[in-house]
Design a protein around this ligand. Structure first.
Ligand code: BTN
Length: 246
């Protein structure tokens, strides 16, 4: 199942977009594509690397970015985009639809069969934004470090499909561009509704920051509103939640 060597990473063309991919820079190895995006900037510039030596995830975690295994890329924007955190996981979910039925875990992890194969990191420095996306594509289960085995997967490990990274990259960038155009033409609410439905959290029991309750709603800024014994409580993106049954 994993005998196929990964093809050299190259964006499949054509990329027909409005903003995302105005410039695409492909590196063999880089510290972090997000650092590079924050440094270089340029509206819609995409930085993609075959491997990262200092890939990072949310909450200061390391993001494992082995060569030939995944898609590690960042998109630079010259100002923050409201709703980017909703648009990004939807774009990934839709781009992998030909291979698998992916789901979104609040706020923006993307899962196949309950295991994470994609993470999203949005960082802003002096007004410039880097949207970093990591997608595990060709990993076999044994490629993941011990602590991630059981909770992480790749498209190939989950489906047996050896998809082309360049085509997948083009499809994610295209879907992302489409949603950004929707947001920029006044459709933030539609993208939010799609994302919040995809998160499928309403009514689920969960624990966050020492409190237990049932998810009452998702606010338009993405925060969860949780019904606890002490009343309604907002849970922000940065807080870790544990859903019952997971
Ligand atoms: C998460 O913790 O789930 C977010 C992971 C984000 C990883 C990507 S890989 C490309 C970009 N560069 C980084 O250093 N991180 C992001």
């Amino acid at each position: 199942m994993f005998e196929l060597a990964a093809k050299p990473l190259q964006l499949a063309t054509p990329l027909v977009t409005h903003v995302v991919g105005s410039r695409v820079l492909v590196y063999e190895s880089i510290g972090s594509t997000s650092d590079c995006a924050l440094r270089l900037g340029g509206e819609g510039t995409v930085i993609v690397a075959d491997t990262q030596t200092a890939g990072r995830g949310r909450h200061g975690r390391t993001w494992h970015s082995e060569p030939g295994k995944g898609l590690w890329f960042s998109v630079a924007f010259e100002q923050p985009i409201e709703g980017l955190a909703f648009a990004a996981p939807l774009a990934v979910r839709d781009a992998v639809a030909p291979y698998a039925r992916a789901t979104i875990k609040w706020p923006n992890d993307v899962l196949i069969d309950g295991k994470k194969f994609c993470g999203v990191l949005i960082e802003t420095r002096r007004g410039r934004t880097a949207l970093g996306i990591g997608i595990n594509v060709h990993h076999a289960e044994m490629d993941f470090p011990d602590e991630l085995r059981g909770s992480a997967t790749s498209i190939e490990a989950a489906t047996g499909v050896h998809c082309d990274r360049g085509e997948l990259l083009r499809d994610v960038l295209t879907r992302l561009d489409e949603r950004i155009m929707v947001i920029r033409s006044g459709g933030l609410r539609d993208v939010f509704n799609e994302w919040s439905t995809a998160c499928a959290l309403a009514g689920r029991r969960m624990r966050a920051a020492g409190k237990e309750g049932v998810v009452h709603a998702i606010d338009t800024d993405g925060a969860l509103v949780m019904e606890t014994a002490g009343g309604l409580r907002r849970v922000l993106f940065g807080e870790t939640i544990k859903l019952e049954g997971e």
